[in-house]
Design a protein. Structure first.
Length: 429
């Protein structure tokens, strides 16, 4: 038994509330349970109850056992003088209020149905990644679809707060903001921290100024990544030598400081995710779409043009994953799944947030529409949820799953989750 569960029971009246009696055998009518209070003090404020023939307005405090009143030091805390009702699961001792009178107490132990308790305990004690694993397939399809939409709105609004924070740090330059978001997401988790650090060393204005020169774009990105500092490679690798010379000039022109090359992760990752190849793909992307914000944050969904584009970097990268180490010929193209991840994590949140910023609901609608078009993401979390029966048709569903897992399931917040509320509250009492 937890106090959080008792809060939920009290708030939603998941107990037999007809013909209530306090432990002092007073007739009790709950007119209003009050408003849940998160700060210090009683759990519910502004409750209204009727004891016998007298109506009272005040606060309600909730505990698993009535003796918790003393354990928590409420008898010496003046904030609890306004408590008019003590709600407990088990009344193990009488409690006096600050006037040394018996505090009216409602015991819930025999008022909560065994089914409600059983459902809560199943969720609360579940060993599964998805606590309601065995209940998902029993839920109405339209309920899960509506909840998925709610999760998506929550996720996009939450990401929007980070974007607005970045906007303030970027002097309200949306082009700079989108450029930084894009650079970070080219890290694809394995090198996201290093790409974020890289994004802080380069201004979009510098990138745009040199966007017509592919050589200069490559040199700026590789140079700032700290990958053009190996002087031995300037002798035997002509491609490296060109980039090195170009960066040396640009570095002095803009007084640039590169990040340490050791920040890049090469351990236990597939060669297609090696940072040098990702940087080459990013350079090619910026060369093809220099006006990144104006090109993608529009009402006409030019994103499909990006999906069709091959994004193939310089020929050198067909035989290299790293500078100076030649390999068998391989594909260096940015794959479809990688493009879709960039759309999901960069374009869609920016599109949605800019729509909110500019008051353009069409942009927000387009963001949701894109999620419904883009493919379902495949990772160990989304695969698990799909296997147990969660909707899995598109990226809207996979993003909803990730939000559900991180905000509710991972920390067992079933009482705040719509699915948990539905399961616990079904046919209550």
């Amino acid at each position: 038994m937890t106090e959080l569960f008792l809060h939920y029971v009290w708030k939603n009246r998941l107990y037999r509330f007809q013909a209530l009696r306090t432990t002092q055998n007073e007739k009790l009518v709950v007119i209003h349970p009050g408003f849940q209070h998160q700060d210090a003090g009683p759990d519910f404020k502004q409750a209204i109850i009727k004891l016998n023939d007298i109506t009272w307005a005040g606060d309600v405090e909730i505990h698993c056992k009535s003796s918790d009143w003393h354990k928590h030091g409420h008898d010496h805390n003046p904030q609890y003088k306004s408590v008019i009702l003590h709600v407990v699961f088990e009344n193990d001792c009488p409690i006096n209020n600050h006037n040394r009178e018996l505090l009216p107490t409602l015991e819930l132990k025999d008022l909560i149905s065994s089914e409600t308790l059983l459902r809560y305990n199943r969720l609360h004690n579940s060993p599964h990644r998805l606590p309601c694993k065995h209940e998902i397939t029993k839920l109405p399809t339209d309920f899960l679809e509506i909840f998925s939409q709610k999760l998506i709105n929550r996720r996009l609004i939450r990401k929007g707060k980070n974007i607005f924070s970045l906007l303030e740090k970027s002097e309200h330059d949306w082009q700079e903001v989108f450029f930084k978001i894009l650079v970070v997401n080219f890290g694809f988790k394995t090198n996201q921290d290093a790409f974020e650090l890289l994004s802080k060393t380069l201004s979009y204005k510098i990138i745009l100024k040199h966007s017509k020169s592919k050589l200069q774009l490559y040199a700026l990105l590789f140079g700032q990544a700290g990958m053009l500092e190996d002087y031995q490679l300037t002798v035997g690798d002509s491609y490296y030598q060109k980039l090195h010379q170009e960066y040396h000039y640009l570095k002095h022109q803009y007084r640039l400081i590169s990040i340490p090359v050791h920040r890049w992760n090469l351990l236990r990752i597939h060669p297609q995710n090696f940072p040098a190849l990702r940087l080459a793909q990013l350079a090619e992307f910026l060369y093809r779409f220099p006006m990144v914000f104006h090109h993608f944050i529009t009402e006409d969904l030019k994103i499909f043009e990006f999906l069709k584009w091959r994004c193939e970097p310089d020929e050198y990268w067909k035989t290299h994953f790293l500078f100076g180490k030649k390999t068998k010929k391989h594909s260096a193209i940015l794959g479809k799944s990688s493009k879709e991840l960039l759309i999901i994590n960069s374009i869609i949140p920016t599109l949605f947030t800019y729509g909110a910023f500019s008051g353009n609901m069409k942009l927000q609608e387009n963001a949701i529409k894109l999620l419904e078009i883009v493919s379902f993401e495949k990772n160990y979390i989304t695969k698990y949820y799909r296997q147990v029966g969660f909707p899995a048709q598109n990226a809207l569903h996979s993003q909803a799953i990730l939000e559900l897992q991180s905000c509710y399931c991972q920390t067992k917040q079933c009482l705040q989750c719509d699915i948990g509320k539905f399961i616990i509250g079904r046919n209550n009492c």
